[in-house]
Design a protein around this ligand. Structure first.
Ligand code: DP6
Length: 362
């Protein structure tokens, strides 16, 4: 079994004075949710997600050798300094220094931008942390050119997880499992792995239309929410349920049974929010329009038998999931009946994607 110690590198063969890398990493949407964690970003239960294609963070990392042994970096968002992102990156560097000892050798300039509108309520921490981890691994690969691709991607996911748990599922596509699960060979609490068997054709180019219900700041961050799963009255049952749902959805992803897919995915979304409503302190992240949309989706599905369903992340926005072959009908329905409940009528059309991409190498 791979342990965290396996990601501590041996002394590097090469040196490099300065340079630059440039990576994009996508967002992802969980089908079985990660909610609750232990020390060192170890998830309380396994999760599985679809990697998205269009919603991405694009990050460049410029590095130059320096003398002091402090962590030192500048952070830019769309080319302009962004002080409020710095503490999260500082913490990330501190957590990963043990695994990337070169971090104190360089001054870094990190410039990052998203393809989705900022403050859209879409989690950018997953794509953001993954894009940064990819860049740092490109630098490590320059210092140790013998590194295998398998190690490169596994360690990228391992590092991304230390920045934000769900980020470890944004390194690769198209379906990623994170967390130990008895039915998924090679699964690990330390990094995400690609779904191990063939996925049914119905999931090819599966669509995710993200309805932007509320673009405001969340009242409760995911980190606080995860913490409230300690001492939560339903925690143990919930963690066991996630294991059960992962076993079930594994079969569904293989056999393409969309009735079962819908039941698992919608139940997971509502369970996530039920955990929020039953923690102490309790909180609600759904908005009235979230519920309006859910009811409309249920009615449409009942009337037309078109297999469209929803999922939610830790916010009010709704992800509408459906097969590519019904995309025309579903988009018509979204435009006619759901955009009225979106902030400024805004939504984003996305689909399953292949994971992070190298844009520029040194
Ligand atoms: C509801 O990965 O954002 O989206 O590890 O504290 O950074 P941290 O939390 P984060 O939590 C995501 C929770 C979720 C479910 C999921 O993506 O599985």
């Amino acid at each position: 079994m791979i342990t965290a110690e396996d990601f501590i590198p041996s002394p590097y063969q090469n040196t490099i004075e300065n340079g630059q890398f440039h990576w994009s990493a996508p967002s992802n949407i969980a089908l079985v949710k990660y909610w609750g964690k232990k020390e060192h970003q170890i998830p309380a239960n396994p999760s599985v997600s679809f990697t998205l294609n269009h919603c991405k963070t694009i990050t460049s990392l410029v590095f130059a050798k320096k003398d002091s042994d402090e962590i030192s970096f500048d952070l830019l968002f769309e080319g302009k300094p962004k002080e409020d992102f710095k503490p999260k990156i500082q913490k990330f560097f501190e957590r990963t220094l043990k695994y990337l000892p070169f971090l104190t050798d360089y001054h870094f300039t990190i410039d990052t931008q998203n393809t989705f509108p900022h403050s859209s309520g879409i989690a950018s921490s997953a794509s953001g942390m993954a894009a940064l981890a990819m860049n740092l691994m490109s630098l490590e690969k320059t210092l140790n050119p013998e590194m295998t691709d398998a190690y490169f991607f596994q360690k990228s996911s391992f590092l991304a997880r230390l920045g934000s748990g769900s980020a470890c599922r944004s390194v690769k596509g198209k379906v990623i499992v994170w967390g130990n699960h008895e039915d998924i060979s090679g699964s690990s609490d330390l990094f995400g792995v690609e779904f191990p068997t063939q996925i049914h054709n119905i999931f090819h180019n599966y669509q995710d239309t993200i309805l932007l219900v509320d673009k405001g700041e969340k009242q409760v961050s995911s980190t606080v929410g995860h913490d409230l799963m300690h001492d939560h009255p339903f925690a143990e049952r919930r963690f066991a349920q996630a294991h059960e749902n992962l076993s079930k959805i594994k079969k569904v992803l293989e056999n393409g049974n969309l009735d079962d897919f819908i039941k698992i995915v919608e139940s997971e979304a509502l369970t996530l929010h039920a955990m929020m409503m039953t923690s102490l302190p309790y909180f609600i992240l759904m908005k009235p329009n979230t519920l309006e949309i859910i009811n409309k989706i249920w009615k449409f599905r009942n009337d037309t038998k078109i297999p469209v369903c929803f999922t939610l992340d830790a916010g009010a926005n709704v992800h509408v999931l459906y097969p590519e072959k019904v995309a025309v009908e579903v988009l018509k329905f979204i435009q006619a009946e759901l955009t009225a409940f979106c902030d400024n009528g805004q939504y984003i059309c996305d689909l399953l994607g292949a994971g992070s991409k190298l844009i520029m190498n040194n």
